[in-house]
Design a binder for this molecule. Structure first.
Ligand code: PLP
Length: 392
């Protein structure tokens, strides 16, 4: 069903009015990181006093500056959500109308939709067995004279094979853009992933570790892109007299910028807690036949956005769906990210998945993936239940 991953995420949040610290509470896959209300109140008073609530206000400018420093990237521009950020990233490169953009089906709907909304055609290719990001060999196999760009996704915070993808992009003169919605704060070989490729887009949706409730960020290694992105984000308005391009409204307001400034202070602490939780999950689940856990490679600093397991039913003896139901019986709500994949949606059902294998690996992987609750609200008693359910 179209877009249901997002709907499910939102549904899971709506069902989380109370913290997970009571004996009978349910545990959901994500929990929004929220700042202290009294700190937010201080900012609200400042915004109300200034009467400047949106349109490049001082908090918006301050947050962009801090994000540019944190991610060590010259161009870091806020958006009202990651989807609009992706649409603008594709517009930035002025890709020929109707041209092909190679992407992965193992992602959230926004990746493929941002291509289609730009009048471009998504071409879906297989993923690697290793970390379920786009397979560079399949990318190369999919390139035709009509290809203009690659939109790769650091899915679950697993970092794409940038070396291979950038070599392919150079060789075939393609633009390389990253959907980095899951990878805020990640580095590869010590380099901020916000600087990779021609542009990267982060989501600051409430389900993301660093969030502004809704929001996004478009980064580029080129300072010269700032003016074009600014115009694209603001209806193409240069000044009171001139509208110079076909822009959109991608602006973030001052209240959400304030939440961003406050959450930036909380980000590293929450990330460390999740890193410790990843360690605990690995202790509990490693060594169970048929349960594949995602380990972080030595050259990657993990964003700690998701904790993914894959269940091979032939080895484990039960399916991913069996495990999900068994966890739900204990009020632990894991999620099948990403299942369905984009090529299962009605609008992309006729699109093939190009692979260098006999059968696309992603068709197998989609039935095996399960994201477990991953936030600082997960307690030892929850881990005990997860352990018991998986080992039964
Ligand atoms: C991989 C991926 N890309 C893009 C988006 C879209 O971001 P947003 O919800 O901020 O529009 C998401 C959102 O979850 C995502 O998971």
């Amino acid at each position: 069903m179209l877009g249901n991953n997002h709907a499910l995420k939102i549904a899971s949040q709506k069902k989380t009015p109370k913290p997970n610290n009571t004996a009978d509470s349910s545990l959901y896959v994500s929990r929004p990181l929220l700042p202290d209300l009294s700190r937010l109140q201080e900012y609200l008073e400042q915004i109300w006093a200034s009467q400047w609530v949106t349109n490049n206000g001082s908090l918006h400018i301050e947050l962009e500056k801090r994000l540019s420093n944190k991610l060590k990237v010259p161009t870091a521009m806020l958006f009202n959500n990651g989807t609009i950020g992706l649409m603008v990233a594709l517009k930035l490169f002025d890709l020929p109308s109707g041209s092909d953009v190679i992407t992965t089906p193992m992602t959230f709907a926004a990746t493929a939709h941002s291509i289609s909304w730009n009048g471009l055609k998504p071409v879906f290719v297989d993923v690697t067995e290793d970390n379920l990001t786009i397979d560079p060999e399949a990318v190369e196999a999919a390139i035709t004279a009509n290809t203009s760009a690659i939109l790769a996704v650091h899915c679950y915070g697993c970092i794409c094979d940038h070396e291979a993808l950038s070599a392919i992009a150079r060789k075939h003169r393609l633009k390389l853009i990253y959907d980095a919605a899951h990878a805020f704060g990640s580095t590869l070989n010590g380099q901020s992933i916000a600087t990779l490729g021609g542009a990267s887009v982060f989501s600051f949706h409430a389900t993301k570790l660093f969030n502004t409730l809704e929001g996004g960020l478009l980064t580029s290694p080129n300072a010269a892109d700032q003016e074009t992105i600014y115009l694209l984000r603001n209806f193409g308005i240069r000044d009171e007299e001139q509208v110079v391009s076909v822009g959109i409204n991608g602006k973030l307001n001052e209240v959400q910028s304030a939440i961003g400034l406050l959450n930036l202070e909380l980000f590293e602490d929450e990330r460390l807690k999740r890193r410790a939780l990843r360690g605990r999950y690995l202790e509990i689940l490693k060594g169970i036949d048929g349960v594949i856990v995602q380990e972080t490679p030595d050259n990657v600093d993990n964003s700690e956005q998701y904790f993914l397991v894959r269940i091979d039913p032939l080895v484990y003896g039960k399916t991913r769906d069996d495990l999900k139901v068994a966890l739900e019986a204990k009020k632990i709500y894991a999620r099948k990210y990403f299942h369905p994949i984009c090529t299962d949606y009605e609008c992309y059902r006729e699109y093939p998945i190009i692979s260098v294998r006999e059968r696309p690996y992603v068709e197998k992987a989609k039935k095996e993936v399960l994201c477990l609750p991953f936030h600082s609200g997960v307690e030892n008693r929850h881990l005990q239940i997860v352990r018991d359910v998986f080992r039964r």
